[in-house]
Structures are given as C-alpha cells and as structure tokens.
Design a binder for this molecule. Structure first.
Ligand code: GH3
Ligand code: MG
Ligand code: MG
Length: 313
C-alpha cells in the first residue's frame, strides 16, 4: 500500500511511538521554523513552516483553514524563505486585524524569536528554525496524546482526529475505515499469569502491530482496556478487511513471552467504513462494535464487517 495522503500542508501524520521518539531525538538543526498554536485542536498545536507562502483564514482556499467567527475569510499570510531562516507575516486586510506582540500589523514584518501573533481568539508563538523549545513542546504533546502503557494514541486523540476526518468527508475530501479489535479471553491471562503479565502482553501486542502491520499514516490507538482501534485513511472496506485479517493472523501466530511463560492469544475484529453517510464518530464506533460482537458470537479469532451484520438482519 502506498501513502497518498498528502493533500494538505498541515495533515497530521500518525506515527508509531518509537518512530515518534526517534523523530524527537533527531538533530535540532533539522527542525523547521514553527508556530506554536493556542486555541486550536491539540493535534495541530505545532505547525511546521515550509518554504513558500502559507495563508490562514476561514475560507477553504487557505492552507490552514480555521472555521471560527473571529477569523476572517483570509486573515494573514506567512512567507518563509528558501533557507527557512526568515519568516514574514502580513495581514490580509482581515476584519479584526492581525496583531504582532499586541500591535496591529500595518505592513509585512519579519518575525523574531518568541514573537506572538494574535488573530481573533487564536494565539501563535513563533519558534525559529532549530528552536530548542520545540523539542519540549513535542514531548509534552506526545505525552498528552498517547497512552502510557502501550504508547498508542489515546481515545481523546482518536476522537479528535476522527471528528476532523468526518467533517472533511462531508466536504467530499476523505474516506476511511475503522478496525476495532478486542483480545479474546484476556481475563484468563490476568487470572493465570497475573496483572503484570497482562500489561506486558498489551504492550508487546501494540509493538508487534506498530512494527509490522500498519502504515505510518494509519492511526493506532488504545480504545480502552484490551480494546484497540486502527483508523485507515483513504481505504475501502475490502482493503480494511485484508489488513484486519493480517493483524489477526499475526497476533494468533505470535508467542508472547513473560518470564518462563509462553502466552498465545487471539483477537476478534470488527470493521466499519464511513460509507459516505456517517458524520459522527460515535456512529462509526457503534457499527464497528456491532461487527466485533458478531466476531465474538461467531466463535472469536475472526474478523467481521458491519456489512455482515446488516446482511444477517
Ligand atoms: P472476551 O473474549 O469476551 O473479550 O473475554 P475477555 O476476558 O477478554 O473480556 P472481559 O471484558 O471479561 O475482560 C477484559 C479483561 O481485561 C478484564 C480486565 O481486568 C482486563 N484489563 C483491562 N485493562 C487492562 C490493563 O490495562 N492491564 C491488564 N493487565 N488487564 C486489563
Ligand atoms: Mg473488552
Ligand atoms: Mg476481551
């Protein structure tokens, strides 16, 4: 499968935890300039700035679309030099103006470290190329969005991304599938080997999937206890089913080791797609959950789609 998800400059990319950590450790000199944003969705808190022009505003024509009533259709523009050393901000005749350090911008101004841009109720702090402060924010952001045991994205982050993706879909921009899976008879693992062994299995299972089974752009999250969700962007139901079966088979074929114990397990999977008609994350989860329930009912260690649920009705 290929990564063709490059439609927007600020597309959020979900990456495996160790890849995130490796990324955080890359040389600071590799870091582009960025805007640290307050008042936006948490996942967009750090916006990388690339060379060229970037506009912000309410209209869909902008590179960064902010649909808030305090933001004008075209609000401000940033021009970033080829070497990423210089960033110039310019107001686009916005109704409420663009402020730089509390003063209204009248003409293009070159940004300096720690400058604060205000547009409506949004506040942006400028972090120049290779700013050490940036690493700190990335780590904080990573912590806020992930589950500490498995390093998968957490449920809140999953909901935020899904909400955004579904609103894109309303505009005909996106399609996605959800895979929800639950470990079969997990309680027995805790009962037989202890809670720590159960934790170890959860962690190892997440690592197994991160490393082998999903694309970098897919979003892998811990939905709760021993339930996980994978969002597959721009993927049809058929492909999602193939991915689900690959994951299920990989888990079934793996031996989890804890001390002297060799533990084998299976998962049951439910799959649903947005099908052009789903606009709320909860609807999609309900469908995936019904499909998962069907897998449990059919004897566990299998994958079912919501289509199958409907066909049975
Ligand atoms: P089923 O096949 O029907 O899913 O059976 P199950 O035993 O997996 O389902 P059940 O919901 O009865 O049990 C889930 C268990 O997962 C119970 C709970 O103690 C355990 N669990 C949930 N979160 C964690 C965790 O973070 N660590 C450990 N070790 N266990 C957890
Ligand atoms: Mg469960
Ligand atoms: Mg279970």
């Amino acid at each position: 499968m290929t990564d063709d998800n490059n439609e927007q400059t600020f597309e959020t990319i979900a990456i495996a935890s160790d890849q995130v950590m490796a990324k955080l450790k890359t040389q600071l000199s590799d870091k582009p300039p960025a805007l640290l944003c307050f008042g936006l969705d948490s996942e967009k808190a750090i916006l990388d700035l690339h060379s060229g022009v970037m506009t912000l505003g309410r209209s869909l024509k902008n590179d960064l679309v902010i649909q808030a009533h305090t933001i004008s259709r075209s609000h401000f523009k940033l021009t970033v030099s080829e070497d990423l050393e210089t960033v110039v901000v310019e107001d686009l005749e916005s109704r409420n103006g663009t402020l730089l350090n509390d003063k209204r911008i009248e003409s293009p101004v070159k940004l300096s470290k720690d400058d604060i841009i205000t547009a409506g109720n949004l506040v942006f702090k400028y972090l120049p190329k290779a700013s050490p402060e940036r690493q700190l924010y990335e780590q904080l952001q990573f912590k806020a969005n992930t589950d500490s045991l498995t390093h998968c994205f957490n449920k809140q982050y999953l909901f935020d991304v899904l909400e955004r993706e579904l609103s894109k879909q309303k505009r005909g921009l996106s399609s996605l599938c959800i895979i929800l899976f639950d470990i079969d008879h997990f309680k027995e693992i805790n009962d037989l080997y202890g809670h720590d062994a159960g934790d170890h299995v959860l962690k190892s299972l997440a690592t197994l999937i991160w490393h082998k089974e999903i694309r970098e752009i897919d979003l892998f999250s811990r939905y709760g206890g021993e339930e996980f969700v994978i969002l597959l962007f721009r993927t049809n139901l058929e492909t999602a089913f193939t991915v689900a079966e690959r994951i299920r088979t990989a888990v079934k074929g793996h031996t989890f080791e804890y001390g002297d114990h060799k533990i084998q397990l299976s998962i049951s999977v439910g799959i649903a797609d947005t099908d052009g008609s789903i606009s709320k994350p909860k609807q999609l989860f309900r469908q995936a959950d019904e499909a998962l329930y069907l897998s449990k009912k059919r004897g566990r260690n299998r994958s079912s789609t919501y289509q199958m649920v409907k066909n049975k009705e």
